[in-house]
Structure formats: C-alpha cells, structure tokens
Design a protein around this ligand. Sequence first.
Ligand code: GAR
Length: 205
Amino acid sequence: MNATPVVVLVSGGGSNLAALLEAAKDPAYGVQVVAVGADRDGCGGVEIARAAGIPTFVCRVGDYTERAAWDAALADLCADYDPALVVSAGFMKLVGPGFLQRFGGRFVNTHPALLPSFPGVRGAQDALDYGVKVTGATLFLVDEGVDTGIILAQCVVPVEDADTVEELTERIKVAERAQLVEVVGRMAREGWTVEGRRARIGRSR
Ligand code: GAR
C-alpha cells in the first residue's frame, strides 16, 4: 500500500505533529508527512519537522499586502507537495476561500473542545469559564466558518473541579493526539464519505 501524502500546518509546539510523525514511522499506518508548513518563524512544530528531515515552509500573513494573496501563497506551497490531505495541527490562522477551493473537503483541523461549543482560539479556557463538566477535542473538515465544519470525530475529557487551564489543556491534548493519529490514519487507509453534515470514516456500505 502506498502511503497517503499529508501536509501538516502548525503554529505552536507541535505535539500533535510529533504524534503523527511517530505513528507514520510504521509503514502500516499508511501516512507520509511530506511537508510541514507554519505561519510564523521559530515555532516548535517546524523544529520537530526539521529534526525529522521533513521539508518545511513558512508563510507569514505579514509578508503579503492582502490576505487573499497570503491564502493563495499558502495553497501553492501546500500544492507543491501534492498532498491528499492537509492537517491543521494547531495552525492558528483561518484560511480563505482560495485555499478551500483547492483543499476543501480534505483539510482537517483539530480543536480543543466539543464543537459546536467553544469555537475559537480559547477552547479550554472557555470551557472552564462556562463550567462544563466534560469537554474534549473535535476533528473536523474545515469550511468557511470558524470551527463550523463537518465533524469527523470527537472524544470526551472530564473537567476536574480544581483544574487550571494548563491542566485541562494538557488533558485535552493527550486525548486529542490519540484521536488525531487514529482518525487521520483511518482516513488515509480507508477514505471517508460525507452526506449532509454527517461524515463516515471508512468505505461506504
Ligand atoms: C492543539 O490543542 C489544538 O487543538 C489547538 O492548538 C493546540 C496545538 O498544540 N488548536 C486550536 O486551538 C485551534 N483553534 P500542538 O502545537 O502541541 O500540536
């Protein structure tokens, strides 16, 4: 079986990327991370990729006069590696219509909350502030909205009474990494289908 080429986009420490790279060491996993892109210099995710010998690119919004030009450049950089799937693993930028025209339906994002609750950049903090007793992580297909795309998988994480945001964030990230690795692998090996808002991983029956 040929490995499915995947580009991973990061902005932060890259623990989700690291988990994907670890899984991809096993040929049976069926994924090859062909490149890692970031929207900023010097983030941990890019360092992890470099250490693993994977091609990297950086595409900064500030280097473009218009957001649409950044969006097109990001899409071009991803397309250079001909990925079947693009994974946003802590990529903290919203992509625009240009990017989605080329990668829509095969651009997945992992979010640290049970969507549609707590979208945005403060998933763990917002869940804690609201006082929910469970939260989790959501893997979804990115669309034009903010964390509104079709849900591929979710996992539940308890919120403990004494949690700090750091503790909750870390508990979510442990579950999130396992989910990301499992579902991206299944998507690569088995494919997926979408009907309305309902996604199903694996071959359709
Ligand atoms: C992850 O928890 C991911 O869900 C979150 O950033 C973290 C990146 O961690 N993304 C968002 O909040 C997107 N709205 P990592 O750099 O260690 O993989």
